[in-house]
Design a protein around this ligand. Structure first.
Ligand code: NAD
Length: 365
């Protein structure tokens, strides 16, 4: 049996790593604290692999590995398209974040992160709080997104929202030849951290803003601040005539059902993994003639913010980089048109090209 045949017939961790060319995966175990974690480093061509730590009750170790490999690759692409000198990484801790998290477990995890000597930099993700990251920070300096009081860059949401706003203006320019959002009917789904800052920008530009959230207090907070904003409840949102749909809650909202109902010209929002199935729904969006600003391109402000912390730059730098999402989004639309491919694919290709071209420079003397 040749090496390639072995690769094709096994489904172990190394075969899975080779599918998308992951560099390194670290399995972390500690019986005393109960820590079971996986750190995946996808690619460090552009710089250290940065990505959050997620704590989740995975049904199996295989599911955890699949998730960490998928998420770390996504981080490489997001950093590459945003023009940052960062690679892609991610970590998962297997367990129930509400029941199994202890200070000792988080600090033991921090020791594992530290053992990688800065090749992987961690941050908060689902199931992990700022307090947990402070405990990780006790054992390693390779942590980012820590509170401002500890010298970090603090809440990334304002920068993320600004980047989404820039991506939306670029999408308007692509669709209507003019990037003004004044008078455009825009529905923001999810008015949490990012969505609420996005609404501020849109109201300031005199867009006709509609909001949607599952929590009444979130809706009321926005209504108190901006009386002109209207509300659409539940999934009636998908039947509303609108110019722009801005998903800022959960992923997967671009699926068979919603795409049958959506009546908009542009889709641009902060939520991660908006396309339920990237290739299937990316293609449908293109065929329907909708302008889709790829999620990881327009929501890169959060990563830009933590990068500015790692690189020792301030909020002004982060905002300047987030502003550039406007140009990057237009470039992706151009690539998609010239290649007659969906925009998500154009973004992936742009990321791969940047990684390859910089790898070439790194090799040359
Ligand atoms: P958040 O939890 O503060 O806000 C999410 C909001 O969506 C909440 O108000 C919640 O009630 C609402 N929501 C949840 N389910 C909903 C549903 N089915 N319908 C309508 N509303 C619903 O989160 P956030 O930090 O604002 O992030 C929003 C999205 O953007 C997430 O997908 C996140 O992964 C992504 N994102 C955030 C950042 C950041 O800087 N915070 C960066 C990149 C990507």
């Amino acid at each position: 049996m040749t090496a390639n045949e072995t690769k094709a017939t096994t489904n172990g961790p190394l075969s899975q790593m080779s599918l998308n060319d992951h560099e390194q995966v670290v399995f972390c175990n500690d019986n005393t604290t109960g820590l079971k974690a996986i750190i995946a480093i996808h690619n460090t061509t552009l710089g250290p692999a940065l990505g959050g730590t997620r704590m989740w009750s995975y049904a199996s170790e295989g599911e955890a590995l699949h998730d960490v490999l998928r998420l770390s690759r996504g981080m490489s692409y997001k950093a590459a398209v945003a023009g940052l000198n960062l690679g892609g990484g991610k970590a998962v801790i297997i367990g129930d974040a509400r029941k199994e998290k202890t200070e000792a477990l988080m600090r033991r995890f921090g020791k594992f992160v530290n053992s990688l000597g800065g090749k992987y930099i961690t941050a908060e993700d689902v199931g992990i709080s700022t307090r947990d990251m402070e405990q990780v920070f006790m054992e390693t300096k390779h942590v980012t997104g820590i509170p401002e009081a500890l010298g970090g860059s603090g809440d990334p949401s304002p920068v993320t929202a600004y980047g989404v706003y820039m991506g939306m203006k670029a999408s308007a320019k692509e669709r209507w030849g003019n990037d003004s959002l004044a008078g455009k009917k825009i529905v923001v789904q999810g008015v949490g951290h990012v969505g609420s800052y996005l609404v501020d920008h849109l109201v300031k530009e005199e867009a006709k803003v509609w909001i949607n959230d599952i929590y009444e207090d979130r809706i009321q907070a926005i209504k108190t601040k901006h009386a002109s904003v209207e509300v659409v409840a539940g999934d009636a949102l998908y039947d509303l005539d609108m110019d722009i749909y801005a998903p800022c809650a959960l992923g997967g909202t671009l699926n068979d059902e919603s795409l049958n109902r959506l009546k908009c010209s542009i889709i641009c929002g902060a939520a991660n993994n908006q396309l339920a199935n990237e290739s299937v729904h990316g293609e449908i969006v293109m065929k329907k003639g909708l302008i889709y600003a790829p999620d990881y391109v327009v929501n890169a402000g959060g990563l830009i913010n933590v990068y500015s912390e790692v690189a020792g730059f301030g909020r002004d730098y982060a905002n300047l980089q987030a502003e550039n999402i406007y140009n990057t989004t237009l470039r992706i639309f151009e690539l998609a048109k010239s290649g007659n491919i969906p925009t998500y694919l154009a973004a992936n290709r742009l990321a791969e090209e940047r990684i390859q071209s910089i790898a070439h420079i790194r090799k040359s003397r």
